[in-house]
Design a binder for this molecule. Structure first.
Ligand SMILES: [Zn+2]
Length: 264
């Protein structure tokens, strides 16, 4: 009897600690939006520059909320305001079409000073730009700082590792990183989406596509790669891949305005 009571107390204590830790990690840091962050957005984030005044205000408040809820840590490198804003922008962009979003599956972003190997070791021979942690690294994302920055140089090359990795997190909301973000797709559309992925992958295999061939790695990479393309250069995707553009607009509830379309 006493043993059972002790067990209940111990389990209760452990659960309380877990709850407290979780709650603590979600506590807001009390940051306020800094004017320099707006300068960085204007200078580096094309997605932000295409928004109207009201949308920009929402983008800024989403960015602030994300930075208040997420720890960004430099591993053998410093984290400056540019890094924070670019990580935040990478998080805001894929979910900008939705109200009251968040990344419940993310606690911390680790910034590495260079590319790394998939076992997180930093070195010149390593070539991983970013990754979403699994297992003991669950809740953690790793990004190469130089690649995060080069994704926002406005090159319109459909390469943006920040957007790529955050799209994996969106995909993971339903528990599986499989290229089918079920909460964004109603059932009949998910079947169409799988069919469309198959079709677009064949085009890449036949060398008849400007989509990054890394998409052939699997449906999950197709989604992440196509998202880089869509959020960096939606007008080009609308022109070259109208069906994919339509599907992604519906999925992310993001419909670039006529004004931004004419900037193609
Ligand atoms: Zn990926």
């Amino acid at each position: 009897m006493i043993g059972a009571l002790l067990a209940v107390i111990v389990i209760g204590f452990v659960l309380y600690q877990l709850y407290y830790y979780r709650k603590k990690s979600r506590l807001k840091k009390g940051l306020t939006f800094l004017p320099i962050w707006r300068d960085i957005l204007v200078e580096r984030v094309q997605f932000y520059n295409k928004l109207d005044t009201a949308q920009r205000a929402r983008f800024e408040s989403d960015l602030l909320r994300f930075l208040n809820e997420t720890t960004i840590t430099g591993v053998k490198c410093k984290v400056d305001d540019v890094d924070k804003v670019l990580v935040g922008a990478s998080a805001v962009i894929p979910l900008f079409g939705f109200d009251n979003w968040g990344y419940p599956n993310l606690d911390e972003v680790l910034l590495y000073g260079n590319r790394f190997s998939s076992d997180h070791d930093i070195g010149s021979n390593h070539n991983t730009l970013g990754m979403v942690g699994t297992g003991y690294m669950n809740g953690t994302m790793i990004l190469s700082k130089p690649d995060l920055k080069s994704g926002f140089l406005g090159k319109k090359d459909a390469r943006n590792v920040g957007i790529h990795e955050f799209t994996h997190l969106v995909d993971k909301f339903d528990g599986a990183v499989d290229g089918i973000p079920e909460h964004l797709l109603e059932h009949p559309y998910s079947i169409q989406w799988i069919e469309l992925i198959r079709k677009k992958m064949i085009e890449i295999q036949e060398d008849n596509s400007d989509i990054n061939p890394y998409a052939l790695t699997g449906p999950e990479e197709f989604l992440a790669v196509a998202s880089e393309y869509f959020f960096e250069d939606a007008p080009r995707m609308a022109k070259k891949h109208p069906e994919l553009h339509q599907a992604m607009s519906n999925m992310f509830k993001h419909y670039p305005s006529e004004k931004s379309t004419s900037q193609a």
